[in-house]
Design a protein around this ligand. Structure first.
Ligand code: ASP
Ligand code: MG
Length: 456
């Protein structure tokens, strides 16, 4: 059994959807499909909710969404029966969405709960269109919604996590039964439901995570994530033209790269697959014969213990909290971290000294972080300083923490180029070495390190 995931950029128009269709129909495995919304639909749902609207705005918005999906349907399916049935299903979704949008306008209230619910409609519609295309091709495809399937989350709006135990109990028998009836499930990515039924999202690009959750729940043999790129690369090819594709990564390497800025996979995709030791393959829809990147257990991977890739996050900031004896007072770092994480702010790296705690966060979170930390100010911290314009670099390779001389050669190269290094984090993970530089030094530093490590 195999799970195939396709994202919005592979569902842009009739031509790209047919490309997806031919990949699906040439696979003779038992397959389960997980997809994102049609390209741009999630963005337009978010955009619609981003400003005050009037009743007539809802009408044209719903009409546009209907047109977009019905036009796509006409491009990919020819049977009148299949098309009519899909249009009826689309209309059901659109009527529900329309009512919810009117609700927002009448109540003049937009809660995180409603925001997540509205965004789930992109996927609820795309599975109908893709299933219709497959039915038209003679594949017995059935659209399935994640909430109804029983993907259960922790209820965190906008960035939920899945409860794998309950989810497996719900999903496995349902999907197995479908497969035994020769049906091909086409499942919505991006969201699940809390135990009380509330819809919660996994964050932007969350369908990768959904696909991994489903692969884990049904104990699939493999998970294929189809993109419009070759897979992971040794660096961002837009920054380093000599960047090379990577054929094999360990789960840890892929997880670190995804967390620290490589935009290939949703940062949490690896977790569920890794827990079941399911091989992930990242493949290119434009080159179905190309191997792409395989991600698996480090013990089974032959070229372990080399540096694989450099990733980066250009828009970071550092918060420094000062206080007498901060470093030696137990619990201060955790107290500060808890304050930030409760506010939904991610800390990417932390370092302490006797008088200071330095925390690396995303620059967009800086204002809010200052506000939150001000609460700690009277008790433990007596001064907060911030630094904007910071970039994070991450060098990834299994065992990097134990490779003698790697850190030295990376930092030596950076220093030789006259670039100052800020926060360093080595040893937090055995597969990643991260450090910060000033944003204006990012591009040049990435190129230099890539040259040092890969000779190009
Ligand atoms: N449609 C959602 C998004 O645009 C989820 C996904 O694409 O994976 O973020
Ligand atoms: Mg996407």
């Amino acid at each position: 059994m195999k799970v195939l995931k396709f994202g919005g950029s592979s569902l842009k128009d009739g031509i790209s959807m047919k490309r997806v269709g031919s990949i699906i129909s040439s696979d003779d495995d038992e397959i389960i499909i997980v997809i994102s919304a049609i390209y741009g639909v999630t963005d337009s749902l978010i955009e619609f909710m981003s400003m005050p609207r009037q009743e007539q705005d809802v009408q044209w918005f719903i009409r546009n969404l209907r047109d977009r999906h019905v036009r796509m349907l006409a491009d990919v399916a020819s049977s009148m029966f299949v098309k009519q049935r899909a249009v009826n299903l689309l209309n059901e979704k659109l009527i529900r969405l329309e009512r919810i949008l009117y609700g927002i306008i009448y109540l003049e209230e937009l809660t995180p709960r409603t925001k997540d619910l509205v965004q789930s409609f992109g996927e609820r519609m795309s599975v109908i269109v893709l299933s219709a295309m497959l039915q038209d091709m003679g594949v017995n495809a059935v659209p399935v919604e994640a909430d109804e399937l029983g993907i259960i989350t922790d209820g965190q709006f906008g960035s939920a996590s899945v409860d794998m135990g309950v989810t497996r109990q719900n999903v496995q028998p349902r999907i197995r039964e479908m497969i035994s009836k020769q049906e091909v499930p086409v499942i919505t990515g991006f969201f699940g439901k809390a135990p009380d039924g509330t819809i919660t999202l996994f964050g932007r690009n969350g369908t990768d995570y959904s696909a991994s959750v489903i692969a884990s729940a049904v104990e699939a043999d493999s998970l294929e994530i189809w993109k419009d790129v070759d897979g992971f690369m040794s660096a961002d090819p837009k920054v380093v033209p000599g960047a090379v594709p990577i054929e094999i990564l360990s789960y840890e390497e892929a997880a670190e790269l995804s967390y620290f800025g490589a935009k290939v996979l949703h940062p949490r995709t690896v977790e569920p697959a890794k827990a079941q030791d399911i091989m992930i393959r990242v493949r290119n829809v434009f080159k179905p014969d190309y191997v792409g990147t395989s991600i698996g257990n480090s013990e089974k991977i032959s070229d372990a213990r080399t540096i694989k890739s450099i990733s980066s996050m250009p828009d970071m900031a550092i918060v420094r909290a000062y206080g007498p004896g901060l470093g030696s007072r137990s619990g201060v770092l955790s107290e500060v971290s808890v304050l930030l994480s409760e506010a939904g702010i991610n800390v990417y790296s932390a370092a302490t000294s006797q008088t200071c705690i330095s925390l690396l966060i995303e620059e967009v979170d800086l204002k809010f972080a200052k506000k939150v930390l001000a609460r700690a100010q009277s008790t433990i911290v007596d001064r907060i300083e911030t630094e904007k314009g910071v970039a994070l670099l991450c060098v990834v390779g299994e065992g990097i923490g134990e490779m003698i001389g790697v850190a030295g050669s990376v930092f030596g190269t950076v220093a030789a180029n006259g670039v100052n290094i800020g926060l360093i984090s080595a040893g937090a993970s055995l597969a990643a070495l991260t450090f910060t530089v000033k944003r204006e030094d990012l591009e040049h530093t990435t190129k230099t390190i890539h040259y040092e490590l890969f000779g190009r």
